[in-house]
Write a protein of this length. Sequence first.
Length: 493
Amino acid sequence: MSSFIRKKKTKSGAIAIQIIYKRGRIVTGLKHIGTAHNDAELEMLLALAHEKMHEGQISLDFEEALKGGNADLRLERSYSALLWDTLSSVYDKLDFGCLGDLVFKQLVLARIIEPTSKLDTIRVLEDLGLDAPSNSGIHRCLRNTISEGYREHLSEACFRYVKPAALKLVLYDVTTLYFEIQKEDEYRKAGLSKERRLEPQITVGLLVDRTGFPLEIQSFEGNCAEVKTLLPVLAGFRERHGLKDITVTADAAMLSAGNIAELEQLGYHYVIGSRLAKTPYEIEEYLCAEGAILEDGQIFESSMTITVEGKRTKRRVVYQYRAKRAALDLSNIEKTVAKAQKIVDKKADIKRNRFLKVKDDKREINIALVEEARRKAGIKGYVTNLRIPAQEVIDAYHQLFQVEKSFRMSKSDLKARPVFHHKRDSIDAHLTVVFAGLALVRYIEAITGLSIKKFINILTPIRTGVVSVNGVSLPIKPHIPDDVTLLFKRLKV
């Protein structure tokens, strides 16, 4: 049986590298190595194909040399080919190879393996025995990321992956990323920090599907109010994809009459958390009945008045009481009251406290406000224009934990912050690398059920070797444990 490497041009203009196995004139097998979009990837894939084609082929001379003890056997190098090939295959599966930038791919995969600074990527890849980009190549890649619109291409690829026909619910949330600087500029500004930091920051809006897979990311000035970030992201998303019948879910920070009116004009359905200034009338009326108490999971329906296209109209509000939420709310209320009491007793300095009233030298607790807070403990509201069962509205809102999880993964697993870049283009390029990394991480965790940290720890020690036998270099395949083989079957790589 013979084998050879075939280069085949695809419809997109890329070159697919394959190993063809033949017995005589009959093709008995085909192994797809990868698809190259530029010369650098072509060279890398051809080298990989040569290695795979000769895997396990040890010459008879080598066997004889080993028997006689005369072999000059040396380990030339070892490298984490399995880890790299696995991550690379996921990168290609998501069609991120459409960028045709090997350095960008190296930056993304290295950030997943060990999140660090861009320039330290060189050290990460070299430690794994892999090819690494140069300093100038990294800087050139970051410039190209902005000038060539990489983020838009990646967003399109993510959109294609989630299958638009199934995209009925999108989730939106906002976070902040701080900078290790003291002086702010027109972009990095002091604002309300999610991490309670005092340094200048930027605001980042992330749109994901119901599983937390990223679709869009956009950055704003650090002092930009959360409520003002929702519409630019959703308007851009709709303009690019022209989707209809999409529901967006966002928390109460995004709720405003203006946002609701704009969402309806854009054609979105929505489920947005509602802040409660006071106990809803329907619940107050229910509680007025003798012996009435709220039961866990109990739902009430109401409406709120907003202005849409100059006309005042009503929109549906769903309320639900949860005992677990009530217990947490009441605990926080009592803690706040206790702090207020210390200020009233002059055992603590005056600080901002929602239940404290200060007039001239008189300090007192606002008893009416405390009682109102206790009455609405455990109640959560959801504003929507959907005509579906109330529980489905609530369930849609609760999917927001997925976007919150994506933010946590970006900050912990991918070390999105602190950010050390100082130019806006460089910061946006950094966010684009993190965005691509988040997509890979979300895909891997969804398929394997493993955290990305555990996944990397399993694959990193499995290294391919290259030995020299009497001056001839031969690749040595690593032993792959059964559990890792099962992982590959799940990933289909």
